[in-house]
Design a protein around this ligand. Structure first.
Ligand SMILES: [Zn+2]
Length: 317
């Protein structure tokens, strides 16, 4: 297994070093696994047209195959598209459907996931959390922190993403598989595992072979807070709109210049303000959300994501 024992221990002093060095039976905890996963830079790339969008994701995927095999999921492998697949055979005579657990290896393209330096806050007692770089996770804007009192909390140092989305999901699945293999008294049907690339750029399902996966029902272990289960998801689409202007030297621009930045902001003004935005909708209401504006006098690109629970409404937008 690719755990870097010394780094993990020296950084976090979570485990007694001698315990690991002299005890071959040392059992990795879910925290050990998680701290290992976040060391891999698996940021996906929105602009890329390859699959996976950035091959660096495969470094983690390859090591996940090794880990699954070590746990005892013998058929673990990575397919030609970078999906990690494995099976935990059932151990019951009951006729139960095959279920699947899915999570994704990539992290968001929005913020760097390279050289992640996690910090662990032991026995959180409430209040704001100040990260090493001075940024603050304030308790007022993050009410879910209230449910974490008494727990240990892992964050970044504030300079990168942590990558818990979705390395925590991988960790949970891996730990569950380890538990089930070690506790054959817990009866279960066949369980299929899949770790996908490129979820963050909306392409996680693109080359996912549903037939080959072979699960009747599957659960994505991702996002949200403890104890939360989502039973439906929205349909998603994206729109990029390019405004082409006409640039002329400002000194000679009268009657000639068409500023694409102004065209784009005029368009933004036309969008309904009281509804259809993530900040003004909730529950099953759809929305249009501008994620970036980039440009100059000559050319401006607006990027939008659109979400709705009813497919036809995506078209309407
Ligand atoms: Zn996710």
């Amino acid at each position: 297994m690719q755990f870097r024992y010394y780094e993990v221990i020296n950084l976090f002093e979570l485990i007694n070093i001698e315990e690991i060095m002299f005890d071959n039976n040392y059992e990795f905890t879910c925290v050990d696994r998680f701290l290992n996963y976040v060391k891999y830079d698996t940021q996906s790339d929105e602009e890329s047209t390859t699959f996976p969008s950035d091959p660096k994701q495969l470094e983690l995927s390859k090591d996940l195959v090794i880990e699954l095999k070590e746990i005892g999921l013998e058929d673990a492998h990575m397919d030609e598209n970078g999906y990690v697949l494995a099976t935990l055979p059932g151990n019951t005579d009951k006729d139960v459907p095959v279920i699947g657990f899915i999570s994704h290896v990539d992290t968001s393209p929005a913020v760097s996931g390279k050289d992640v330096k996690p910090q662990i806050l032991k026995n959180y007692q409430g209040g704001d959390i100040t990260l090493l770089n001075g940024k603050v996770i304030d308790a007022d804007n993050n009410p879910e922190l209230k449910d974490m009192i008494g727990f240990d909390i892992i964050t970044t140092d504030g300079t990168t993403l942590l990558g818990a989305d979705d390395k925590a999901g991988i960790d949970e699945i891996m730990d569950a598989m380890n538990y089930l293999v070690k506790h054959p008294d817990v009866k279960h049907g066949t369980i299929k595992i899949c770790f996908t690339p490129d979820e963050e750029v909306g392409r996680g399902a693109e080359k996912f072979d549903v037939e080959k996966f072979g699960a009747k029902y599957a659960y994505t272990i991702d996002g949200g807070t403890r104890g939360e289960i989502e039973t439906e998801t929205f349909s998603a689409d994206a729109v990029n709109i390019t405004f082409i202007g006409k640039n002329v030297h400002p000194g000679y621009a009268k009657g000639k210049m068409i500023n694409s930045l102004k065209l784009a902001s005029y368009f933004m003004e036309l969008l309904p303000k009281d509804r259809l935005s993530p900040e003004t909708t909730e529950g099953r209401e759809g929305y249009v959300h501008c994620t970036s504006i980039n440009g100059n006098e000559e050319k401006t690109i607006l990027k939008f994501i659109i979400r709705d629970f009813i497919d036809e409404k995506l078209v309407e937008f």
